[in-house]
Design a protein around this ligand. Structure first.
Ligand SMILES: NC(=O)C1=CN([C@@H]2O[C@H](COP(=O)(O)OP(=O)(O)OC[C@H]3O[C@@H](n4cnc5c(N)ncnc54)[C@H](OP(=O)(O)O)[C@@H]3O)[C@@H](O)[C@H]2O)C=CC1
Ligand SMILES: CC(=O)N[C@@H](CCC(=O)OP(=O)(O)O)C(=O)O
Length: 346
């Protein structure tokens, strides 16, 4: 049995880790942390997680919980994660960080976009960006996984084959993404209260969203040169789900059917990527509650543009599902364990 601790187990991604791991027979959850709910049962906050009636939240006391687990999931806000990740990693534990603290390989870029210091450049050098479809071999060798952001997961997987195959002009990429409200976490915030979000639909973080450098870092590595993107996120009144619609000018004359066939070849062996047939486009509902990614493609011959649409569940492939996928890889377990469920539809 792999002993698992979830630091930040009272938030949405922490709760989603518990839900997914409830179907993982090789795992025992020994520790869940919360500062505000220390002393309460998991089921006091989340009755749907009744399988865990024995689990009681405790504060994140690093020394106290160190020997209770082999794998530490860090489901904490960025900045709050940095020190604890460094501590558990240096003590020889496997660490999967759901925050953004170890995703950007350059601390100066992190500090510019997150407006907070990064104090662990030495540990950062050991982190692998945990997108299995692109970095599986490095993930296998690593004990510190920087689990990707939700928008970057949808965008990078959608763009990867087109960039790799030189189909699109990387200077022209536009990423227009929409997320459900759980993407903002469970914390109380007026901007995410019912009346503010329900029946609304708004753009935010234009030009300034902190996922911009993360997407640029990964796309630049794929392209082999520096890429700058236009990325605009939107908030939609759904609980969960991301749709990312991407546009790029084409460098080659390729018809839709051929682009789809290239994508199918790229993702043929990938258990969680579903490239849709011509004329079928992603729906956030088709991936809700699942670790799947849907990708739809269409060439606009009139404007010489490739349009790529990807859909994920932000809490699953965009966070906790991908984190479990990474745990399975680093622990040498079948990668799809506890992740095979199809979407909840409708
Ligand atoms: N929501 C999403 O779709 C995605 C989220 N992420 C990232 O995952 C991480 C967790 O997100 P999410 O679950 O949504 O966030 P939530 O706000 O829902 O939960 C945050 C958790 O962190 C704990 N926490 C907050 N501050 C501290 C602190 N200073 N020290 C210790 N514990 C603390 C909270 O505990 P307490 O009970 O004490 O408040 C809570 O358990 C974030 O970094 C987020 O950016 C990544 C991809 C997608
Ligand atoms: C709807 C919404 O608010 N979404 C979040 C993204 C969540 C996420 O993936 O954030 P991290 O990179 O911090 O892990 C946001 O835009 O800030």
């Amino acid at each position: 049995m792999i002993k698992v601790a979830i630091c930040g187990g009272s938030g949405y991604t922490g709760a989603e880790l518990l839900r997914i791991l409830s179907g993982h027979h090789g795992v025992e959850i020994t520790t869940v942390t919360s500062e505000k709910s220390a002393g309460k049962k998991v089921t006091d906050l989340f009755p749907h997680l009744h399988k865990y009636s024995y689990l009681i939240y405790e504060p994140l006391d690093k020394k106290e919980i160190l020997n209770k687990a082999d794998v530490f999931f860090m489901a904490l806000p960025h900045a709050a994660s940095q020190e604890a990740v460094d501590y558990f990693f240096k003590k020889g534990k496997k660490v999967i960080d759901l925050s953004a603290d170890y995703r950007l390989s350059d601390t100066a870029v992190y500090e510019e976009w997150y407006k907070t210091p990064h104090n662990y450049a030495d540990t950062l050098r050991n982190a692998v960006y945990g997108l299995p479809e692109i970095h599986r071999e490095e993930i296998k060798q690593s004990s510190l996984i920087a689990n990707p952001g939700c928008y970057p997961t949808a965008a990078i997987l959608g763009l990867y084959p087109s960039i790799k195959e030189g189909i699109i002009d990387v200077e022209s990429i536009i990423i227009d993404a929409k997320s459900g409200t759980s993407g903002a976490g469970r914390k109380a915030d007026i901007g995410f209260s019912y009346c503010e979000v329900n029946e609304g639909f708004k753009a935010y973080g234009i030009v300034s969203h902190r996922h911009t450098p993360e997407i640029e870092q990964e796309l630049s590595a794929i392209a082999g040169r520096g890429i700058k993107i236009n990325f605009t996120p939107h908030l939609v009144p759904m609980d969960r789900g991301i749709i990312s619609t991407m546009y790029a000018k084409m460098l080659k004359k390729v018809e839709t059917a051929e682009v789809i066939s290239i994508y199918k070849k790229y993702y043929d062996a990938e258990p969680f990527v579903n490239v849709l047939n011509e004329g079928v486009y992603p729906n956030a509902k088709n991936v809700r509650g699942s670790n799947f990614v849907e990708i739809g493609l269409k060439v606009n011959n009139r404007t010489n543009t490739l349009i790529i649409v990807s859909a994920i569940d932000n809490l699953v492939k965009g966070a906790s599902g991908q984190a479990v996928q990474n745990m399975n890889i680093i622990m040498g377990i079948k990668e799809t364990t506890a992740l095979e469920s199809l979407a909840v539809f409708p």
